[in-house]
Ligand binder design. Sequence first.
Ligand code: MG
Length: 406
Amino acid sequence: MKRIAVLGSTGSIGQQTLEVIASQPQRLKLIGLSAHSRIDLLEQQAARYHPEVVAVVDGEHAARLASRVEALPVLEGVEGLVRVATDPRVDVVVVGTSGRDALVPLMKAIESGKQIALASKELLVMAGALITRLARAHQTTLVPIDSEHAALFQALRGIPKPEIASISITGSGGPLWSFEASQLRDVSVSTVLNHPKWQMGPKITVDSATLMNKGLEVIEARWLFDMPLDRIHVLIHPQAQVHGLVELIDGTVLAQMSPCDMRLPIQYALSFPERWPTRVPSVSLVQQSPLTFFEPDLARFPCLRVALDAARRGDSACAVLSAANDVAVRAYLKEELPFGDIARITEETLSQHQAASMQTVEEILAVDAWARATAQTLVSAECGMRHAECEMGTPHPAPRTPYRSL
Ligand code: MG
């Protein structure tokens, strides 16, 4: 019996993790849950899945939940997350939240010898050197939940490193893959959130549409598989049946295929090093045929180019990339920013960044905070400009010079 804590249980990965745990009652037992502030859903999860302890990052929400569930210990703040992640009853910690608040709990879980099932690519983009160094020191395997990395993790099992020539992550291309460049400036939120293949949270769905998600995933793969950037490739594969490919030095390619269902990589991350049966229907190659693959278009999707540039600049640029993109995406979701400006805000924030060495959590969080503040200033300036243009009678959205790489 493996005993599980889920950080970020109210997010998309967290909710599906609870389904997987409930589907394997002989093998998995839930110990702890955590959420940032969605206490209504957390309360429902507690009633349905019976954790021994929960934690809520936001203090006010923690107190409110504690008054409703008297029999259940409710911990508070990042310290509460740390206590759930390091609880001696827990064997595996699922990190399903992309929030900065999970960085210290993740590191403490590694230090206390937990197996880690890692869904948060943002934490690796922000602090990959620190996290992977710590995992090596404590001989902890970081088992990825992100589907492409779960694919590569499985395809790479048993392969000696000198035999690996390159690795490729695939992406469906998202909902805008067939759009012309001229259509991509002002795409509506509802169009972007209508992903053709995957059901995910709103932030990652926007990242899929901009292809920033693939850029973050290249950086994630670099850390997870200790692979230089020039040996990590991105392929657009609209059928989304092949999730990752490993090319070996003799030209052999090992590819992992599975249905687009996150419960599969979640279950594998929990069952590892074993493999268990599921009720998820298997891939029908005939139904999915033909399978096609394309090079990504960096001109129509500049976020991927911005991400790859940041990856080459170094660790602190990656932290800035992730934070600035997060601010821009959230502004887009609130309809404060046009779709085409997500790349611009992120790139402008990066252009103001002086590369800095990041050895500690404090330094990483300082870079993250600087990037968020800088990106927010740029977003506010953009909002103010658009607002002024609207008041002057300019049609909304105001025409602007196209993004320079389009
Ligand atoms: Mg992915």
